[in-house]
Design a protein around this ligand. Sequence first.
Ligand code: APR
Length: 245
Amino acid sequence: MSQVKRAAYLIKQSKFTVCFTGAGISVESGVPSFRGEDGLWEKYDPSMFEIDYFYKHPDKSWALINKIFFEVLKDKKPNKAHFALAKLEELGYIKALITQNIDNLHYLAGSKNIVEYHGNSRMLVCRNCGRKFNISDFDLSSVPYCPYCKIPLKPDFIFFGEMIQKEVQEKSEQLMNNCDLLIIIGTSGLVYPAAFLPPMAKKKGAKIIEINKTFSEYTDKIVDVFLEGSASEILEEILSELNAH
Ligand code: APR
């Protein structure tokens, strides 16, 4: 039986399927991944995205954040992989999706039950008063300030060294404990605490499907069905196998 057929069989049999996605699912939308060829961390020093650096040097950090995130993401569109996951959710094959991505592309593709584990690039937040603001209300070519507290606003996504929001962590762990099938798509599995999630599902007895162009930290440890290749092509094949087009 082909790997696509095996994956489609597991999806059909599953009562509670969850997806876990990383930067690889957005590469075909023109959003660079973080590691591997053309990865962002091959070009920029990730220590500039430590939360302490941001608070000490908001001007330098904001200039880089705007350049490599907001400027890049503003014209990006979902690709066939994002739309395939939204379709699978609409047909009831997927119950929820946890993404490490901040690119909003699952949201734009129409997925509904999304956990944005590292936050999003739609909003800014004030660490003093906690108010959130839409990025469209600001010119991000200069540091945005909270109109009430007069201190620099922070993107509503997680920096290195920053805690994951409590309710996001709790919902993610609950999904890992409740799912009987986890589909991991386009992640190297190198960044914690996100990388703790798939092994939690495995430990609870879930079957694991992985779609990736290369082996990840998970492939030879917890994966039952490995589909090597591009997320959009493989998800399209799975949709066809499920006659879900
Ligand atoms: N289809 C499927 N997989 C792909 C594709 C593709 N078209 N292109 C790349 N990949 C895979 C790569 O092989 C790699 O395993 O996607 C993965 C991308 O890995 P990373 O760049 O490390 O991205 P990710 O795992 O999401 O990083 C996790 O690290 O820097 C932090 O906060 C950042 O959320 C990010 C976290």
